[in-house]
Every structure is written in C-alpha cells, then in structure tokens.
Ligand binder design. Structure first.
Ligand code: TXA
Ligand code: MG
Length: 318
C-alpha cells in the first residue's frame, strides 16, 4: 500500500476502452483509481477488499470514522448487499441510475469490508449514471467503494485537473472525461426502520423525494448517521465569506445572478448551472492568490439548498 506522502507517477487517460482496461487491472490487484461520475470524480477500489479500501483512506488522508459510498451497476446488485423497504425500492426505481445514495440496513454476508461502513449496521449504495463508472463496474465485476477523489477536507473534484492537483503523486491513474454534469455530490437518503431521512442535500431535492414518496422526509439526526458531514468538509485554503454583494479589499468574488464577480456560478441565476460550476469556481478562486474568497448570495430553494450546504462548509476554516 502506498503511504500518503510517497510519490508515485499518476497517469491520466481519456475515458475509453484502454482507460477502463487499465483501471480494471489496477483495481483487480487491490489499487484505487480516480473515475468520473455524473456528480464528482470518485476514488474507486474493490469494496470487498479491506486492503484496497485502506488504500483509499491512505490516499485521501481521511479519518477512518467516515464511511464510504459503494457503487453498483444496478438495483439487483444493490439488493444483494442491502435490505430494501418499499420506500427504498420506489426511490431506486425513480432515481437510479443517478445522483441518489441510499443508506440501508446491510445484508449479513454481503462481503463488504467493514472498513467501508466504518462498522455501522447500514451501507450507503449508489447506482451511478456516468458511462465511465458503469463501464468500470462491469469490467471489474466488483462493488466499488468510491468517495470523492480529493484529499480529505479539500474541495471536491469536478474535473481531472482537480484530482491531479489534490491526489497527483498519490494514486496511479485518473480517467479523464472532462467536467462532470451535476457538479455536486449525490443526495443521501436513509431508509432505515420504516423512516425516510435526508442525510445530505444534493442534486435531487428533498421536496422531490417527498413528492415521489407522498410523505414527509426528515432531516439528519444528531451526528451518527452521517459521520462524514464534518463542518469544514470542502474548505479552500483561503477564508470564504458568504452572502457578499461586492468584493472587499482584494477578495476574489464568485458571482451569481445580478452579482457579476470575477467569475460567476450562473449569470442567469440558474441553480443547475451553478451546482455544476460550484467546485470548479472554488478551485479557480483558491488559485487566484487573493487574500480571500467572497461568494454572492444563492437562493436557498431546490438545488440552492445543496449549494448553500457546500458553501457553508467551505466557509468553516479547515
Ligand atoms: O456523488 C457522490 O456521492 C460521490 C461520488 C464519487 O459517487 N461520492 C461521495 O462519497 O460523495 P463521499 O465518501 O465523499 O461521501 C460519503 C458520504 C459521507 O458523508 C458519509 O458519512 C456518508 O456518505 N455515508 C456513507 N455510509 C454511510 C452510512 N452507512 N450511514 C450514513 N452515512 C453514510
Ligand atoms: Mg467528499
């Protein structure tokens, strides 16, 4: 296993047959590779191989109490690993493949490494829509644990360049398929004990989940179900100031709608476009060598809830 500070050459390959074959080979021998999904780039390894999973934690420098999402090719593969209730089935049918993660009771004998679930009785499962991740799942024939492909606590990667900046020298391979479509991590919904709760806001809004199910969707309980929701999860290296109408001093201003800024999340005030650009805008702002980063107000409705959740975390010092 590679120590976090050891330097290894990181190869970047465009998504295609050769890249998938190379990635499957690395995963087959217990390594991890960065691969695009429709949300953010993930750092994938065989979820049944505890040494491989330890390699993810080592590369990310991630605290070990933070469980990982397991990616599978379809609902049948998911049902082999976890127990679905009615609500979970309906959400899976409506949203998979896509940016929804379900936290469900884990099946006994699932074969998933306990390091993946951090010893919890539940497992987080997702059927991704991106062709590259689907091709890798089918080429390896393994469930793939994949957190976002960035060093723990830093900004999530929506481009191969972001992965290289954060994990270059720590992982052997990045599959490059350009910027991700959604730009923000999956919505996490727990269906456990007959209750449906949102653990992390994301591309699929809580209202949409509630409408699909025809019932109220609760929020996260205190702490334990979403141990990964550390306050400073997405922190750039410079101070971040929110709700800014203008830059102060030499701050880099990220605009939205009428606030133009040095760069904008969406000049038209389009929340889908803003989500897709969010992490790239933070990466660019972080590299701008200014004293701080200011961000224009983003409305707290629909996708704006997930955007503001990530912005608030970015504004907490790392
Ligand atoms: O869009 C995404 O979900 C991306 C792409 C790569 O698929 N993945 C991602 O994974 O965001 P990660 O590891 O950065 O986030 C995993 C989140 C954490 O907040 C963790 O606490 C939560 O999922 N999680 C994992 N297993 C859980 C469980 N059994 N119960 C509650 N939360 C869990
Ligand atoms: Mg992450």
């Amino acid at each position: 296993m590679t120590a976090p500070n050891a330097s290894i050459p990181t190869v970047r390959l465009p998504y295609g047959t050769a890249a998938i074959a190379a990635a499957a080979e690395v995963i087959g021998r217990g390594g991890c590779v960065a691969v695009p999904t429709e949300t953010v780039y993930g750092l994938a390894a065989d979820a049944t191989d505890s040494r491989a999973v330890a390699g993810i934690y080592a590369a990310k420098g991630r605290p070990d109490f933070n469980p990982l999402i397991v990616h599978v090719p379809d609902r049948a593969a998911a049902e082999a690993l976890a127990v679905f209730d009615d609500a979970a089935r309906r959400l899976a049918d409506a949203c998979w493949p896509g940016p929804l993660t379900l936290v469900l009771p884990i099946r006994e004998g699932s074969g998933i490494a306990s390091l993946v679930t951090a010893g919890l009785a539940t497992i987080a499962l997702r059927v991704p829509a991106h062709d590259a991740m689907q091709a890798l799942l089918r080429a390896t024939g393994r469930p793939l644990a994949a957190p976002s492909a960035n060093a723990s606590g830093s900004i999530s990667p929506t481009r191969a360049e972001h992965v290289l900046r954060s994990l270059g020298g720590r992982i052997p391979l990045v599959i490059d398929d350009g910027p991700t479509a959604r730009g923000i991590e999956s919505t996490i919904i727990a269906c456990v004990g007959g209750q449906v709760r949102q653990l992390r806001p994301g591309p699929i809004a809580r209202e949409d989940i509630a409408n699909l199910l025809g019932c109220a969707v609760g929020g996260a309980g205190a702490g334990i179900e979403a141990p990964g929701q550390l306050a400073s999860h997405y922190a750039p290296s410079r101070p971040v100031r929110l709700e800014a109408m203008a830059a102060r001093d030499d701050e880099w201003l990220i605009g939205f709608g009428p606030v133009a800024g040095d760069a904008t999340l969406s000049a038209d005030g389009d929340l889908v476009e803003a989500a897709a650009r969010l992490f790239d805008a933070l990466h660019v702002a972080d590299m701008a060598e200014r004293s701080g980063i200011a961000v224009a107000p983003v409305p707290d409705t629909g996708l704006g809830v997930a955007i503001n959740d990530r912005l608030r975390r970015a504004a907490v010092p790392g």
